[in-house]
Design a protein around this ligand. Structure first.
Ligand code: UDP
Ligand code: MG
Length: 316
């Protein structure tokens, strides 16, 4: 099979028939063999009935129905598990992404040899309250992930080589950072294509402004995990050691000051009057805590099922 289209959706009943008809048109015009996997993320409207109707009319339609709303990332995860096409394309269900981009995305993966191609909504039809923070978000994501050529990490329209989606695990709200996940898994040929973007035709956006807070925190987690996920002691041990060195210097200083006070005939000067005393106290406690966090982290990492999961590309 050439292409799997994975579409996560939450309350998008009005858009679905139009979207599927459009995809069908594009696929038939280009003679692709394909499947469209609709992942109904706990919609409370008629979305699932619509998917059932589409599936009754066409063998290319597949559906997954969540019992409740889990989020876009879990929906993508389950769609990816089921996908069989050589190239897997994700798109939003709200008709903001255009199926007309599919043939070129497919070509970039199969001919140009990209592992992942992300859409870039250069001209966006979204409110300013969304586009300006998005610029900031993308600049941060570029800097942290080291993927310098991407302008639009969170574009719903993306194409993947099948190996990519079978070797990464999207969870939580990590759909914003799939290129970063792919890069961490060793898929480095990541490209970008400028895509058409439409204003939302039906329904409303499903993400509020908290997307930026969560997105920022997720980026920090991802950075931390990719750097120290397997060896947490490397960071906590380093910070703990720095604390101990600081504490040690502070202790020596306190001692020296006291000796000096005795020597100069002022033994009534208390060591608790010295700022170094408090410095010694806090750094020693912090250092111990950091080491403890490191040891606990190591014990958790030792039991993690993926501690020995490597990306093996080929074997002879
Ligand atoms: N979506 C989903 N589960 C959710 C939220 C959103 O499957 O919990 C889907 C939604 O139906 C749409 C896509 O994710 O197909 C993108 O969502 P939306 O268009 O609301 O995001 P925006 O375009 O505003 O970034
Ligand atoms: Mg949208």
């Amino acid at each position: 099979m050439d292409i799997s289209v994975v579409i996560p959706l939450y309350n998008e009943e009005e858009s679905l028939p139009e979207l599927y008809a459009w995809i069908q048109r594009v696929m038939n015009a280009n003679h692709f063999s394909y499947e469209v996997i609709f992942v109904n993320d706990g919609s409370t409207d008629r979305s699932w009935q619509v998917i059932e109707e589409l599936a009754a009319q066409s063998d290319n339609v597949k559906g997954i129905k969540f019992r409740r709303n889990h989020g876009k990332s879990p929906a993508l995860f389950c769609g990816f598990e089921k996908a069989q096409g050589d190239v897997v394309i994700t798109m939003d269900a709200d008709l903001q992404d255009s199926p007309d981009e599919i043939p070129e995305l497919y070509r970039m993966i199969t001919v140009d040899g990209y592992d992942l191609v992300s859409g870039y909504k250069k001209k966006r039809y979204d409110p300013l309250s969304k586009t300006i923070p998005t610029k900031l978000f993308n600049a941060t994501a570029r800097a942290v992930s080291g993927i310098k050529n991407l302008h639009d990490f969170n574009c719903g329209l993306k194409a993947y080589r099948k190996e990519v989606i079978k070797n990464i695990e999207v969870y939580g709200e990590m759909h914003r950072y799939i290129p970063y996940l792919a890069k961490n898994a060793g898929f480095c040929k990541i490209g970008e294509k400028v895509v058409q973007h439409q204003a939302r035709k039906y329904g409303v956006t499903k993400f509020g402004l908290n997307r930026f807070v969560n997105g920022y925190l997720d980026l920090i987690s991802l950075w931390f995990l990719s750097k120290f996920g397997i060896q947490p002691m490397h960071i906590f041990g380093l910070l703990g050691s720095l604390m101990f060195i600081l504490g040690f210097i502070a202790v020596i200083t306190v001692g020296a000051l006291k000796l000096y006070a005795i020597y100069t005939g002022a033994p009534y000067i208390l060591i608790t009057d010295s700022p170094y005393f408090y410095l010694a106290l806090t750094t020693m406690i912090l250092g111990t805590q950091l080491f403890l966090a490191g040891f606990l982290g190591e014990m958790i990492a030792r039991n993690a099922p993926e501690r020995n999961k490597y990306q093996i590309e080929k074997e002879l």
